[in-house]
Design a binder for this molecule. Structure first.
Ligand SMILES: Cc1cc2nc3c(=O)[nH]c(=O)nc-3n(C[C@H](O)[C@H](O)[C@H](O)COP(=O)(O)OP(=O)(O)OC[C@H]3O[C@@H](n4cnc5c(N)ncnc54)[C@H](O)[C@@H]3O)c2cc1C
Length: 456
């Protein structure tokens, strides 16, 4: 028996169920081939591509260090390679949501293997709950987060994690047949760095997580989203660690666990309703007549809306590949509500730019903002970007961090620039010249959205 183990996006050597699978086969399987199909990225996703290549390189080097060789290839060559190797079956993760292209996901790949006559065995690797089990008392999928959380929170318990010796794996894994050349990159993360960051978060910032979560000028949250997107940390470890520390600070730990259950909820939802990747979850909002102004979309993408808080957030995204959660909510509401641009446009842009891109969390985050999703914000509770700015960045520290042209200006002038046009001019910022005028009038946009949604 010869088995192919596909390690796509599960870039960790410890507590990796795919590697544990190999160890469990010792004796019954003759030989194993490790395969990493390499993802492709377009020009618009260069920051993300660089992070991916750097992380993948580091992972391959670590495997090599333990004399474990992998076959790295393009997705296009995957089936031909497996046929050539005369594999009896392949084993792969069925629960990865962070691929750059939908066609890399489990349902698409499974179909390709089946058409080629190769058996597929699926393992749960990146998520805690199983979409096949998480139904409500009526046997239906959950549509509301609170009921999902109430029902499944008690099932977050200390769980056994996969253990194995890497030396055993090297005994059964065949040498590489395909070249393992990856694009050079100085970006990316290693499993070791992720462990250090996570332990440091547990020792420090989690103690104030509830308030830190809304603090803008600095990232005081865990940034675990990046590690989870590349399989650099085991979700069972994350929950086990949280349960260990829980009693030291229940409310902050619970707030954090709740967010991780949000990730689970969106994963389960996306698996049960895959069509929501492209269409509104709520049927009545499937035919919204979006304005979809291409020029306005470009202004939003480039951080030229004339609303400093929105522009700062878009700069953060474009320059770092990350955006604070509050700002993801503010910028997505601005695009869908203030500009009436289809949420799928914004979702695609975030996919290209976010290093921590996760299809389920991104799609449902966007649908929440657009009021088209499950549990979504009601359309009449539209964010006012000026109020959000005053409330979450009162001293304009975040704005100034990302918009250096506004650095010298009095902070209180930077929330409502239209109102303070004259004072801004006195401080060297002429709207329309040194910094854009607000591209839309929020009050007008609000009326437009209200009447549109009411009419549906
Ligand atoms: C429009 C929009 C798009 C988003 N796109 C993504 C995305 O592509 N990838 C992604 O991982 N998250 C996404 N989120 C959720 C959230 O913004 C990020 O998970 C969070 O900002 C990541 O930073 P962190 O790891 O420091 O979070 P922390 O606050 O430290 O949270 C810990 C973990 O909980 C989970 N989590 C936290 N908030 C949410 C949430 N609102 N929804 C689902 N899971 C959550 C994440 O796994 C996160 O790593 C999106 C939210 C919105 C509103």
């Amino acid at each position: 028996m010869k088995v192919g183990v596909i390690l796509n996006r599960v870039f960790r050597i410890h507590h990796n169920p795919l590697l544990a699978y190999i160890c469990n086969q010792l004796g019954s399987t003759d030989t194993c081939v490790l395969i990493i199909p390499k993802e492709k990225f377009g020009d618009e996703a260069q920051l993300k591509a660089s992070f991916y290549h750097g992380t993948l390189n580091a992972f391959i080097n670590t495997l090599n260090h333990y004399q474990i060789q992998t076959n790295v290839m393009d997705y296009n060559h995957l089936i031909a390679f497996c046929k050539n190797q005369q594999l009896d079956k392949v084993v792969m993760a069925s629960d990865i949501m962070s691929y750059h292209h939908e066609s890399y996901d489990y349902p698409h790949q499974k179909q390709r293997f089946q058409e080629a006559g190769i058996k597929v065995e699926a393992l749960r690797v990146q998520h805690y709950f199983s979409p096949r089990k998480t139904f409500n008392n009526q046997g239906e999928p959950y549509k509301v987060f609170t009921s999902f959380y109430k029902k499944w929170r008690p099932y977050v318990i200390e769980r056994h994690r996969a253990h194995y010796e890497l030396s055993d794996i090297s005994k059964i894994v065949e040498p590489a047949y395909a070249p393992t050349q990856i694009n050079d990159s100085h970006s990316g993360l290693t499993e070791k760095e992720v462990q250090q960051q996570w332990q440091s978060f547990l020792n420090n910032d989690i103690q104030n997580y509830e308030s830190n979560r809304e603090y803008l000028p600095e990232v005081l949250t865990s940034q675990l989203s990046i590690a989870l997107a590349y399989g650099l940390i085991d979700i069972l470890q994350v929950f086990n660690d949280l349960l260990h520390g829980y009693e030291s600070n229940e409310s902050n730990y619970e707030a954090f666990i709740r967010e991780l259950i949000f990730r689970e909820f969106y994963y389960v939802l996306m698996t049960q309703y895959p069509e929501t990747a492209h269409q509104s979850f709520k049927e009545k909002y499937r035919n919204i007549e979006w304005v979809n102004d291409k020029q306005q979309f470009d202004q939003w993408k480039n951080g030229k809306t004339g609303y400093p808080i929105v522009d700062a957030a878009m700069q953060e995204l474009n320059q770092t590949g990350y955006m604070h959660n509050r700002m993801r909510m503010v910028t997505s509401q601005f695009l869908t509500k203030d500009l009436l641009i289809d949420w799928t446009w914004g979702e695609t842009y975030f996919k290209d730019k976010l290093i921590d891109y996760d299809n389920a969390s991104n799609v449902h985050g966007w649908q929440w903002s657009a009021s088209t999703g499950t549990d979504a914000v009601p359309y009449f509770r539209m964010f006012n970007p000026i109020k959000q700015s005053e409330r979450f960045d009162p001293n304009a520290l975040y704005i100034k961090q990302w918009l250096s042209t506004l650095n010298h200006v009095d902070s209180h002038l930077l929330h409502d620039t239209q109102k303070h046009m004259q004072l801004l001019k006195q401080q060297g910022i002429q709207l329309g010249v040194d910094y854009p005028e607000p591209m839309v009038n929020h009050q007008y946009s609000r009326q437009r959205v209200m009447s549109l949604f009411k009419s549906l």
